[in-house]
Design a protein around this ligand. Sequence first.
Ligand code: BT5
Length: 243
Amino acid sequence: MAGAWRILERDSVGSTNDEARALAQAGDPGRVAVVARRQTAGRGRLGRPWVSEPGGLYLSALLRPALPAARAGLLPLAAGVAVAEAAERLGARPELRWPNDVLVGGRKLAGVLCEARFAPGAAALEWVVIGVGLNVQQRGPTLLAAGGTSLAQLGIATDPAALRGPLLARLDAAVAQAQGSPDTLLAAWMRRSPMLGKPVQVMTHAGPVGGSAERVSSEGALIVRTTDGLREIHDPDLVRVEL
Ligand code: BT5
């Protein structure tokens, strides 16, 4: 069985992902989570800002999982499933949007930012920082303006500290599935994703890809059926998904 997580609690940091990356670079063995009450430079993908007022959960988990590099794309999906399960336990019914969004009623309840380092010359992962921003108690206009919602907005009263343990336990289970046969993880992800079977417009660094979102591959890529056939979109290629 996996050992216990160490939790490093901080009051205010720039980004918990930066703190966890620094631990990784300093040789920390992993299974450590940095949690902050607020962030002053919380980030999303591609340098987009993450509104990080007190009342939210800002957690970055450092892991060194034995995982082929080709399967790194499963980790954001694993984190999404873990967040969804932790929220479902409280009565929320979140939906997942590839690759990293947890939504309720079209508004973002949580976002995931995975940052990984690959062993030099090897096809394996050296470490991954899985950053989760989950809106818990915030009710202010800043969050709404950013397109977000929170558990409090959904009528669920809890606090960020109460969510850490359940989230990390579910993350362990989902990462173990990514390492083994990923079918269970993919089924758990796809079951929560209404975007599948629907038209999507995916903005990639190489240009837009339009079609129908078919499924997610065993490497975590989004498979889109276009008029020219199936296109496989990997997380690093992505700018934005529009539904
Ligand atoms: C994400 O990026 O969804 C990943 C967010 C990850 C945040 C966590 S917090 C702990 C850890 N430390 C960090 O520094 N980051 C991680 P992306 O898909 O790029 O979405 C960013 C977009 O979401 C923004 O452009 C806004 O539109 C919207 N947004 C910003 N703050 C939000 C919030 N608190 N709730 C909901 N939506 C938000």
